[in-house]
Design a protein around this ligand. Structure first.
Ligand SMILES: Cc1cn([C@H]2C[C@H](O)[C@@H](COP(=O)(O)OP(=O)(O)O[C@H]3O[C@@H](C)C(=O)[C@@H](O)[C@H]3O)O2)c(=O)[nH]c1=O
Length: 181
């Protein structure tokens, strides 16, 4: 398992060691001690799985009061996984990291607390699994618009499919200070 930093150092790429043989493949998807050596010490207490179709965009989402660190992998297909820095004292506040995750590369993305998360689907369908360091709480859920003109994410999809909820998310510039980190 190899862990490396992205252009926002707190967001990390995890590349598992994959063992292939005539039966198929095997890899360790989570190993607490290796992540801890790289400074990732969150306790993951909820696992989520979603399936989405080509051009779907989910996000950008985060939680206040009990923020969630996330460890994201794509078990089928490929996605562009995006993390936006919402930490007001960070030199990369408002910047984002976008990393392609797929069932071929098997790489994962670690997104700490203080970030909004979203992804677009680049394959016919994608199954995404992610660990969260706190429980989902609908009242504390917040979001930022996928097409925010300040953040300017290139999602690499043609005609995005979004949920009703995600279409109505606020713009980055209108997020109240208490809803940031
Ligand atoms: C996220 C979540 C949703 N739900 C329910 C609420 C809703 O009825 C249904 C679908 O929820 P959503 O439309 O919010 O699902 P989705 O848009 O996939 O939301 C997820 O997006 C990605 C990008 C994230 O980072 C996640 O934290 C989460 O916000 O599932 C739960 O019961 N538990 C959960 O943890």
């Amino acid at each position: 398992m190899k862990i490396s930093e992205t252009r926002i150092p707190a967001v990390k790429i995890i590349e598992p060691r994959v063992f292939e043989d005539d039966r198929g493949y095997f890899f360790e998807a989570y190993r607490k001690s290796v992540l801890a050596e790289a400074g990732i010490e969150d306790e993951f207490i909820q696992d989520n799985v979603s399936k989405s179709y080509r051009n779907a965009i989910r996000g950008l989402h985060y939680q206040i009061q009990n923020p969630q660190a996330k460890l994201v992998q794509c078990l089928r297909g490929s996605i562009l996984d995006v993390a936006v820095d919402l930490r007001q004292d960070s030199p990369s506040f408002g910047n984002y990291v976008a990393i392609k995750l797929s069932d071929v590369s098997k790489r994962m993305l670690y997104i700490p607390k203080g970030f909004a998360h979203g992804f677009s689907v680049l394959s016919d369908e994608a199954i995404v699994a992610y660990k969260c360091s706190d429980y989902y709480n609908a009242e504390r859920e917040r979001g930022v618009r996928w097409d925010d003109p300040i953040i300017r994410i290139n999602w690499d999809v043609s005609r995005p499919i979004l949920s009703e909820k995600d279409r109505k998310l606020p713009l980055f510039s209108s997020i109240k200070e208490e809803d940031l980190f």
